[in-house]
Design a protein around this ligand. Structure first.
Ligand code: IMP
Length: 186
């Protein structure tokens, strides 16, 4: 089955392809979609659905979208759905702001959350969610991955997501879990 990945993020696209191996996954750009969907939802699930619907409608192909973010306990779940837009800058600025907000904080528990939604041209849809728990370090470790990966220490892996190989990260990540759950529904 051919699916369009409703994302402009090359890291996510690679993770989609790695985890949903039995599917032909083309990027939204390859499918001719150049728009940008406004993430106006209040939950990861709402935003994933908005993106999948828009790209399915525009391309006429089944569209797979995810929405994800980091939820930090001591910050009441922030940055949450605002993870990508936390500082108003890029990934490095977002990480710097997170460290600033957690300065002097001992309780550093956090989880990544991911909602995925697959919408078919006939209107059917499937959705699933996944989480990965860990703690926020006081300094960055590792050079892989993207976003908050260098600050997110996974208890399950015994290292940060940025120190993990792609296969290790996918085995425990929020996106890996959500996509495998979706794969089972499919
Ligand atoms: P989205 O593209 O709207 O889903 O925004 C997700 C944002 O959450 C990204 O820009 C990252 O800041 C963060 N994020 C989501 N998944 C990950 C991950 O696997 N590693 C690191 N940061 C992530």
């Amino acid at each position: 089955m051919k699916l369009v990945a409703a994302t402009g993020n090359a890291h996510k696209l690679r993770e989609f392809r790695e985890i949903l191996k039995g599917f032909e996954i083309v990027s939204e750009r390859e499918a001719g979609y150049l728009g940008e969907v406004e993430e106006t939802g209040e939950t990861f699930a709402e935003n994933a659905r908005l993106k999948a619907y828009a790209v399915c409608k525009a391309t006429g192909l089944p569209a797979l979208a995810d929405d994800s973010g980091l939820c930090v306990d001591a910050l009441g779940g922030a940055p949450g759905v605002y993870s990508a837009r936390y500082s108003g800058g890029g990934d490095a600025e977002n990480r710097a702001l997170l460290l600033e907000r957690l300065a002097g904080e001992e309780a550093r528990g956090a989880h990544f959350a991911c909602a995925v939604c697959l919408v078919f041209p006939d209107g059917r849809e499937l959705s699933a969610e996944g989480r990965s728990y860990g703690t926020i370090l006081r300094e960055e470790r590792g050079t892989g991955g993207f976003g908050y990966d260098p600050l997110f220490y996974s208890q399950e892996l015994g290292k940060t997501f940025a120190e993990a190989s792609e296969a290790e990260k996918n085995s425990v990540s929020h996106r890996g879990r959500a996509l495998r759950a979706l794969g089972e529904l499919l």
